[in-house]
Write a protein of this length. Structure first.
Length: 184
């Protein structure tokens, strides 16, 4: 609450118009699932909801929410390179800031999705070129950089919105909420 953290709600709000009414028939992968806040919002749309996170402690919290079908303790790009399942939706809320270059993530998501699948994620906004490491220890990514990676991985932009992701030291952290669709 102190951080005014709202990434799960922002991602869900961007996805909901594209997903439509909850049908419970989608296969959804939550990358960097953390404690499961996004999973709680996505569950009623999913026939299968899988989560991946590097932190055993976060996964314990997520497991306690009883919303995921499977939870994997793994590094995201390694998980994506070994995954043999095809997902309708992949989400990555507030996790891509721990990566500088995102090409391996985009290739991995492309690998586990099919035509028409959605990739929804947040990044901290950057007005420069490419990406850069900030004093917080997280990376910021430019829209141009994300657009280039998306096109190379076979995705088109469905929606892009800028918003406050959270607060740090009393200051808003601005970011972008992307929803991409796999085109091939």
């Amino acid at each position: 609450k102190e951080l005014h953290y709202q990434v799960p709600e922002l991602l869900f709000g961007a996805l909901e118009p594209v997903m439509g009414e909850a049908s419970g028939d989608l296969a959804i992968l939550d990358l960097g699932c953390g404690t499961g806040l996004s999973g709680m919002l996505l569950r009623h749309h999913a026939s299968r909801l899988d989560g991946v996170d590097l932190s055993a402690g976060m996964l314990r919290e997520a497991r306690g929410r009883c919303v995921y079908d499977t939870l994997a303790e793994a590094e995201i790009t390694r998980f994506l390179s070994r995954c043999d399942f095809c997902y309708d939706i992949v989400t990555a809320g507030d996790v891509l800031g721990y990566f500088g270059a995102l090409s391996a993530v985009f290739r991995g998501v492309s690998r586990v999705t099919g035509e028409g699948s959605l990739f929804a994620f947040s990044v901290e906004a950057y007005e420069g070129r490419g990406y850069r490491l900030t004093q917080s220890g997280r990376y910021v990514h430019s829209r141009r950089y994300i657009s280039r990676l998306a096109a190379a991985a076979g995705f088109r932009t469905v929606s892009l919105t800028g918003d406050t992701l959270r607060h740090e030291y009393g200051e808003p952290v601005m970011g972008d909420i992307w929803v991409l669709e796999k085109t091939f």
